[in-house]
Design a protein around this ligand. Structure first.
Ligand code: AMP
Length: 216
């Protein structure tokens, strides 16, 4: 089964995807994570993408699609997969359909995690990140034991450039202009399920699991 998570930045896609990975053995394909890994390792893709990511802009389609193709090339798709953050616009959706078709696969379910813009701003601008350990904290909801220090690695926590308020607002604008319109397309295909993403995460997960049951 192929599952796609759509949601504005900070809607909790990554968190819910992680639950499915641990509870249901899904494979998680997150273009944001792949880009960040490339950035950290200073690969050619990472260097090309850095400027766009830090400004909260979409990385050009040619780079993104090539990267997804590369990521899937050596991966068998016998396990259920979650696509998170890709496709994000019309061109990527067409390329994605083609990629799946070439593998005799299809997209089975699209889950839209709906969260208001004000909630997204509150979530993202309060987020703190430990670059080495990859741990993520929040000044209100998940504060570290010692202020500004990662519990796991002891390194200083930082605000990611793309979590700064102006950048978050730009990322939201891009979501509404490029990604949200895809919902109409997926709805017409009868594979869209909208989930209220402003509830406790166990309730969100319950909705997701019941949507999955209907597909299996
Ligand atoms: P995310 O963690 O999914 O919000 O992604 C972080 C950043 O990576 C985005 O703000 C974009 O700069 C870049 N990115 C991730 N996925 C895509 C995509 N499908 N198309 C273009 N850029 C992307």
């Amino acid at each position: 089964m192929n599952l796609l998570f759509i949601g504005s930045p900070g809607s909790g896609k990554g968190t819910q995807a992680q639950y499915l990975v641990s509870k249901k053995n899904f494979k998680h394909i997150s273009t944001g994570d792949i880009f960040r890994k490339n950035l950290k390792e200073k690969t050619p893709i990472g260097l090309e993408a850095q400027n766009y990511i830090e400004k909260g802009e979409l990385v050009p389609d040619t780079i993104t699609i090539k990267m997804v193709e590369l990521a899937l090339k050596n991966t068998s798709m016998d396990r259920d997969s979650i696509f998170d953050g890709f496709p994000r616009n019309q061109t990527q959706t067409e390329a994605f359909n083609e990629i799946l078709k070439n593998r005799n696969q299809k997209l089975d379910l699209v889950l839209y995690l709906k969260v208001s813009d004000s909630e997204v701003v509150a979530r993202l601008t309060g987020r703190l990140w430990a670059p080495k350990s990859g741990c993520i904290y929040h000044i209100k909801n998940k504060a570290p034991k010692i202020k500004g220090i990662c519990d796991q690695s002891g390194e200083p926590l930082i605000v990611r450039k793309d979590d700064q308020k102006e950048v978050v607002l730009d990322r939201l604008k891009i979501f509404w202009e490029n990604t949200e319109p895809l919902l109409t397309y997926f709805n017409q295909q009868g594979i869209l399920k909208t989930v209220d993403g402003e509830r406790p995460s166990d309730q969100i997960l319950e909705d997701i699991l019941s949507a999955l049951k209907k597909v299996i």
